[in-house]
Design a protein around this ligand. Structure first.
Ligand code: AMP
Length: 150
């Protein structure tokens, strides 16, 4: 069976490049479309729900800036791997749910994530990878990041 559309989800960690590289090779092998997505956490999430008037004008602008910056980085990363800007998706929310929603929206039949992101290598699987695995309606490939390979 060949996959037709692969969605690779990346955060802004150094490992993103390796995860996209693996997804690119997989997409080429399957002659599949490759899309990229990144999720910006809402301000209230980042600051642990502190009552900091997160949705004052300043808060909204801050979030907009974070989205624009994420889009720029993601388009640049996509450009290095032959992914068109129309196949780059940035959303705001909880990463696992947003990644799965984007996969459904673009009709992806595989999601690729790193086994770990910015949050360390302490667990077998990072919490985003784990959440995607639980929520996705399609296949999920975790690209092994760091640690010993057995
Ligand atoms: P984590 O589970 O947070 O350690 O991250 C594991 C993998 O999930 C990363 O290597 C990325 O592929 C993906 N990921 C984590 N956070 C995000 C995010 N905010 N947006 C998109 N993908 C993410």
């Amino acid at each position: 069976m060949a996959y037709g559309h692969i969605l690779v989800a990346v955060d802004q960690s150094e490992e993103a490049e390796a995860v996209v590289d693996r997804a690119r090779k997989l997409a080429d092998h399957h002659k599949a479309t490759l899309s990229l997505c990144s999720v910006v956490k809402p301000l209230t999430h980042v600051y642990g729900g502190l009552d900091m008037m997160a949705y004052t004008q300043a808060g909204v602008n801050f979030e907009e800036q974070a989205v624009n910056q994420a889009r720029q980085l993601l388009e640049a990363l996509g450009g290095r791997f032959g992914v068109a800007a129309k196949d780059v998706h940035v959303s705001v929310g909880a990463p696992p749910a947003q990644i799965v929603e984007t996969a459904e929206a673009v009709g992806a039949d595989m999601i690729v994530v790193g086994s770990h992101g910015k949050h360390g290598l302490g667990l077998l699987l990072g919490s985003t990878a784990n959440g995607v695995l639980h929520q996705a309606g399609c296949d999920v490939l975790t690209v092994r990041i760091g640690g010993e390979s057995h």
